[in-house]
Write a protein that binds this ligand. Structure first.
Ligand code: FNR
Length: 335
């Protein structure tokens, strides 16, 4: 079944956070669609696809250093959107064709304001070069069998935002995610729901509202944000990073429950200790200052991390099982 974008609650793309364990956790808590972290086209092109028959995953492995660029599995196949960082239509197409059979859709990042992206002509730089942005989207739409979308930031005015959106929509994309901040605004700035609403009212494809996490503390707040922006769908980044159970209609779970469920998935899918630690750090936040938090910060292995949440045995059993099966394509040295 082809993915659609009406009435969806979505895990936003987040570098280092949106790896497989967090995406699966979000889906299990009730997210309808999950975006990968942004993957840079030229890095992705160095990878080779391999089926991992121990984990039952599809792995894209960097041929230069053996690291896993992208790992996915059948549980998320119909719901995972791969986000690409790119400034080049041909490269974007090559990567998209490498993953076309393994993901539900492709998204192009047109919102990242980081220096790395802008210098490379990627992210929000594409909103200054709308002909190029259009050509990337149009190339993908014309040559792929799966939907193509993009994620943007707003401009200073609603009119300017609408003009650019109209041009991108004319490339044939199936939906557009709008982060309601300008390229110079930071996460602490208020989100401009009025501009998102203005655009959503005037275009025919689904608009996915983004940028509301500061005001989203429970499931009901997601619906409030949806209503304020007049959008059919909502995408959450930080609210999900801090407590992924935000996607549960039944209500938030305690932080320790979320960490435990996250760690089990990280062990199940042989996630790297460094990535696992990073994600847990972003759940703990200021609690890293507590005695338990400090003990956690000293951890270097999955066993050590798991032990803090009474999952040492779970971790050791899985790891020795995988080792006996001769697991390959493991994470390499900690970056
Ligand atoms: C992000 N964001 C982001 N956006 C994107 O298009 N690609 C990416 O890879 C990332 N990476 C990323 C990492 C982290 C840790 C954060 C917090 C954010 C931006 C994100 O998707 C979203 O647009 C903003 O965070 C605003 O939404 P929230 O946080 O208010 O829901």
């Amino acid at each position: 079944m082809m993915i659609t974008y009406e009435n969806k609650i979505i895990l936003a793309p987040m570098v280092r956070i949106g790896t497989l364990p967090m995406r699966l956790l979000a889906l299990r808590y009730g997210a309808d669609i999950v975006y990968t972290e942004e993957l840079i086209d030229w890095k992705f092109m160095r990878s080779k696809r391999r089926y991992n028959d121990i984990l039952n995953t599809v792995d894209f492995i960097d041929q230069t250093d053996g690291t896993i660029v992208f790992r996915t599995c059948s549980e998320e196949k119909e719901k995972v959107v791969l986000q690409l960082g790119t400034c080049d239509a041909d490269r974007a197409l090559k990567v998209a064709q490498m993953v076309e059979k393994d993901v539900a859709a492709i998204d192009i990042n047109m919102g990242c304001p980081k220096e790395f992206s802008i210098k490379g002509g990627m992210g929000v730089a594409l909103l200054e070069e709308t002909d190029k942005a259009y050509s990337i989207l149009h190339t993908l739409v014309t040559n792929l069998s799966i939907p193509v979308t993009c994620k943007i930031r707003i401009f200073e005015t609603a009119e300017e935002t609408l003009n650019v959106v109209k041009k991108l929509v004319s490339a044939g994309i199936k939906a557009i995610a709008i982060h309601g901040r300008t390229r110079n605004e930071r996460p602490q700035h208020a989100v401009h729901t009025d501009i998102i609403r203005y655009v959503a009212d005037k275009i025919s494809i689904p608009v996915i509202a983004n940028g509301g996490s500061k005001e989203i503390e429970n499931y009901k707040d997601i619906l409030k944000f949806k209503q304020m922006t007049g959008c059919t769908s909502v995408m959450l980044a930080r609210a999900a990073e801090w407590n992924c159970s935000i996607f549960r209609k039944e209500g938030l779970l305690p932080m320790d429950t979320v960490i435990k469920e996250y760690l089990k998935l990280a062990v199940d899918y042989d996630n790297s200790p460094s990535n696992t630690k990073y994600c847990v750090q972003n759940i703990l936040r200021e609690l890293q200052e507590t005695p338990r938090g400090r003990k956690f910060l000293e951890c270097q292995t999955m066993e050590q991390i798991c032990a803090i949440w009474d999952l040492e045995e779970y971790c050791c059993e899985k790891q020795s099982k995988y080792q006996k099966m001769g697991i390959q394509g493991r994470w390499q040295v900690t970056p």
